[in-house]
Design a protein around this ligand. Structure first.
Ligand code: PPE
Length: 304
């Protein structure tokens, strides 16, 4: 990864290499942490953070689901994100806030373990490979299912949940694919290891309901953008064989942005990027980069 200079740790700015924790930190042993992924884009003389408040709100909701009592307010965390971008003189970057159970006691009840908060930011280019945004990716249905909401809190961006994503991702990559398509416990399409899923079938945009997927902020943005463009959007169950006969498919997420899916389980979906996917990708990139101000409400400009 491309390092930057500083990391925000509990209201202090520390050097990148000094941002350390104890090996007996609770989160390291039990996955007791919640995080966010946020992107900022370079615009004229400034950096634009996309849906910053919504990401911080989801972070605090993830903490609430985990039973954590965060030390910082939404307002404080929003300004800490701005601070760490400026401290590092970054414009285009990926921002990773993490609230975690630190060092105190080992054992499953973390109630006496101190809660720690950190925010890092660094440059992060395309998520699924250099040409993925224009050429699309080949993906495979995973043998690992997504969590049932009564097994893991799928609405929390909780670190422990991601063991499941890591297993799926490694399986996909080992078999020569860029990403995994994960089904929910009922066998319906859920999401990628770190992205939400959309397809175009019979001219309509379709995405799985939120039951066992993360309530993606990019997913939400795309639904709004598509509906404003007059497209029909449906949130409904999808079976894997319906994906095989889709006209187009794509993944979306903060890291993945809008990544076209070229094939699923060896079945070709579209040549590279499909027409509708391209229209949505272009609009999304124009918005996040501040070239299109129609959705100004989602943009937070960070300037000295
Ligand atoms: N589903 C999952 C499981 C997920 O991790 C993400 C984000 C999404 C959907 C899309 O959510 P949103 O970013 O709000 O549109 N995954 C983050 C972490 C990626 C990583 O590898 O780390 C991200 O995109 O930042």
């Amino acid at each position: 990864m491309e390092e930057s200079d500083y990391i925000w740790m509990d209201d202090e700015i520390v050097g990148w290499n000094e941002a350390k924790v104890h090996v007996l930190s609770h989160a390291l042993h039990y996955g007791t942490a919640v995080f966010e992924g946020i992107r900022a884009y370079e615009a004229d003389n400034s950096s634009i953070v996309f849906r910053l408040e919504d990401h911080i709100e989801r972070l605090l909701n993830s903490a609430k689901i985990m039973g954590f009592e965060p030390d910082y307010s939404k307002r404080k965390l929003v300004s800490a994100v701005e601070e760490i971008i400026l401290e590092n003189s970054l414009t285009s970057c990926y921002i990773r806030p993490l609230i975690f159970k630190g060092y105190g006691e080992i054992g499953l009840n973390p109630s006496k373990v101190p809660l720690k908060t950190m925010i890092a930011a660094w440059p992060w280019e395309t998520y699924l490979g250099e040409e993925s945004l224009s050429e699309g990716v080949d993906i495979k249905t995973s043998s690992w299912k997504r969590h049932h909401p009564n097994i893991m809190p799928t609405k929390a961006k909780a670190s422990g949940n991601y063991v499941n994503s890591v297993l799926a991702k490694r399986e996909a990559v080992k078999n020569g694919y860029s990403e995994a398509l994960m089904l929910n416990p009922e066998g319906k399409v859920a999401e990628g290891s770190g992205e939400n899923f959309f397809m175009v079938r019979n001219g309509k945009l379709i995405t799985p309901p939120k039951t066992s997927v993360l309530e993606g902020i990019t997913r939400d943005s795309i639904i709004e953008i598509a509906e404003d463009k007059g497209m029909e959007v449906e949130e409904k169950d999808i079976t894997r064989d319906q994906v095989y006969t889709a006209e187009e498919a794509f993944f979306c997420g903060t890291a993945a942005e809008v990544t076209p899916i070229r094939s699923v389980d060896g079945r070709k979906i579209s040549k590279s990027i499909g027409e509708t996917t391209e229209e949505i990708q272009n609009k999304f990139m124009d918005i996040v980069k501040g070239r299109d101000r129609e959705y100004q409400k989602w943009l937070k400009e960070v300037e000295e």
